[in-house]
Design a protein around this ligand. Structure first.
Ligand code: SAM
Length: 201
């Protein structure tokens, strides 16, 4: 059992059952016409995938935690939607299908793995496809409100701008904001946010 399985074996939902606020804001702003094929990487217990499914999208939720994805399926049932779930380690992950959208919310990977995944996302997105990304920045080490304590796992804006330099940036910032999500995201935090669309050329 990995450490995420242990966390998700606890009672309740570690990050709550409400979707991530930034994701909701961006989905509304983008006015995405459902149904889109959306890949959610590091989905965890399903709060974001279920939200996207309730908006009419086809969601493929990937996570390394089987326990998390079992809970995601239960949450989906409660909301009368379905998800495709896949237990996989993103270290060796191939994106097999083209995607209209990719979501990465607080999915913190070692930098080498992260760079490879960014490249795979670029390749998998269809022209016009969108990426919605939120992660703790290195400045989060100044706070005790959630996220990894290893600098290599944290994500700054310059990295995303570089990885996705061929995309049209719709929103990009690194700032401090209050984030309360379940028991592990507990207040003022420093986050990197990035939303971009793959060009049609
Ligand atoms: C902080 S949780 C966020 C979960 C979810 N995105 C959310 O916002 O509720 C990070 C998630 O990334 C997943 N994760 C971390 N490293 C992974 C890897 N190498 N492969 C697959 N999943 C991974 C964990 O299992 C965990 O569910």
């Amino acid at each position: 059992m990995n450490r995420w399985d242990e966390r998700y074996s606890q009672k309740g939902y570690a990050y709550g059952t409400e979707p991530n606020q930034f994701l909701v804001e961006q989905v509304n702003a983008l006015n995405l016409a459902a149904p889109l094929n959306i890949l959610s990487l590091g989905e965890g217990e399903g709060r974001n995938a279920v939200y996207l499914a309730t908006q009419g999208h086809h969601v493929h939720a990937v996570d390394g935690s089987a326990v998390g994805l079992e809970k995601a399926k239960k949450l989906a049932e409660q909301h009368h939607v379905s998800l495709v779930t896949q237990v996989a380690d993103l270290t060796h992950f191939s994106i097999e299908q083209p995607c209209d959208g990719v979501v990465m919310i607080f999915c913190h990977l070692p930098s080498t793995v992260r760079h490879a995944i960014h490249q795979k996302i670029m390749e998998a997105l269809v022209p016009g496809g969108v990426l919605i990304y939120q992660a703790y920045s290195t400045r989060q080490l100044n706070y005790q409100t959630g996220g990894p304590r290893e600098v290599d796992l944290l994500v700054n804006l310059n990295e995303l701008e570089e990885s996705f330099s061929d995309m049209r940036v719709l929103h990009a910032c690194m700032h401090d904001k209050e984030i309360y999500e379940g028991k592990y995201h507990t207040g003022l935090a420093s986050v990197t946010e990035f939303v971009a669309r793959k060009s049609f050329e």
